[in-house]
Write a new protein. Structure first.
Length: 366
């Protein structure tokens, strides 16, 4: 079987990490099938075995060229089954394919606040997104969801039958485990990892943190994420609250830096209003880092009893949970960390790749 994988987001965070781990692990476990990877020019040239071939393209995702030109580029390669690891599927593509849907956050938080475009352009983009993702879900042989929470959203919002959807969890990169770094040791800080999109709920989190520092002025906050317009907006709020000296922005951290941040933090805080999976929580647990998380379905599903939960809409509740971690008896939280280490062992990228390969094989017989 010749399997195509859309790897154009190779260098991106989030979905890029998913793509890289899928491909590297498929390369380890599958010597039988042939693979064609569609990569963006400038993505690098990842070393892979001879049954993996790379096709480089300048077609960007979320563009008209993607819709018009990408199907032809795929069809030239004689692909038996295509895997789109992201919802951006050309609606005219008519050959068999699998699509991974990571979340439906845009269905629940479709506000102009989440866009740098004018309201008209944003509305057009939102309608285009909804049309593309629904068509992708309808036409796919199989849909991979990264959590049961996402699966339920696909069933309810895209009206897809549950038997068409397979839940396959993500994993933790080896470079993010068992590091022995000390760049942040000796500091008392909470950690946030990710972007600053509105559904991440960082405005409320920063307000909760401002309550904590009135009682614990030596406690700091580290925000690790790619600098963009959303982080610049957050910086202004932080300055307005007078927190500029105790909240640090590291920018986007590499794997070794992330491991260091997790290992030395008081806890990772995930205040999101919605997540598809919540990969930073899993990474934190694997690094003996306490997780403080929103009480939402996806994070409950991934963290189980290994996290401290709070109401993400309640600033006072969030602040109280931070205060307790900072000042209360640590036996309870150490137990949570131990549970987290064991919990993280249930997830692996190799398991994800094996389960994905089974999905590919099942589609051939459909």
């Amino acid at each position: 079987m010749k399997i195509g994988i859309d790897a154009r987001l190779w260098n991106e965070s989030g979905v890029g990490r998913y793509i890289r781990n899928l491909i590297y692990n498929l390369a380890d476990i599958d010597k039988k099938n042939k693979y064609v990877l569609f990569l963006r020019k400038g993505s690098g040239n990842p070393p892979l075995p001879s049954n993996f071939r790379k096709v480089f393209t300048d077609i960007h995702w979320h563009t008209l060229r993607e819709q018009l030109k990408f199907p032809g580029a795929i069809e030239k390669e004689g692909i038996d089954l295509m895997h789109f690891p992201y919802f951006s599927v050309p609606v005219s593509y008519s050959k068999p394919f699998v699509v991974t849907i990571h979340d439906l956050i845009m269905h629940y938080f479709p506000t102009g606040q989440a866009s740098t475009h004018s309201s008209l352009i944003y509305k057009i983009k939102l309608l285009s997104y909804k049309f593309v993702i629904k068509k992708a879900a309808q036409k796919a042989q199989k849909i991979i969801a990264v959590s049961n929470a996402t699966k339920q959203n696909i069933i309810s919002d895209l009206k897809i039958k549950k038997d068409k959807i397979a839940v396959i969890y993500e994993g933790v990169d080896d470079k993010l485990k068992n590091q022995k770094l000390k760049n942040f040791s000796g500091e008392s800080y909470f950690l946030y990892v990710g972007n600053a999109y509105p559904h991440k709920n960082l405005d409320r989190f920063v307000e909760a943190f401002s309550i904590l520092v009135k009682e614990s002025p030596k406690t700091s906050l580290v925000l690790a994420g790619r600098e963009d317009v959303f982080y610049r907006r957050l910086r202004k709020k932080i300055e307005d609250l007078g927190l500029g000296k105790i909240i640090r922005f590291t920018g986007e951290a590499n794997d070794e830096e992330l491991a260091d941040l997790y290992l030395n933090a008081l806890g990772l805080v995930m205040p999101s209003l919605m997540e598809g999976f919540g990969l930073p929580a899993l990474e934190a647990m694997a690094n003996k880092c306490l997780v403080l998380a929103s009480d939402i379905p996806s994070l409950r599903e991934i963290c189980g009893e290994a996290a401290v939960y709070f109401d993400p809409y309640n600033i006072g509740d969030m602040a109280e949970k931070l205060r307790k971690v900072r000042h209360d008896n640590q036996d309870y939280y150490n137990d949570k960390k131990k549970r987290g280490i064991e919990r993280a062992k249930l997830f692996s990228w190799q398991k994800m790749a094996r389960q994905t390969l089974k999905i590919y094989e099942s589609c051939v017989s459909l």
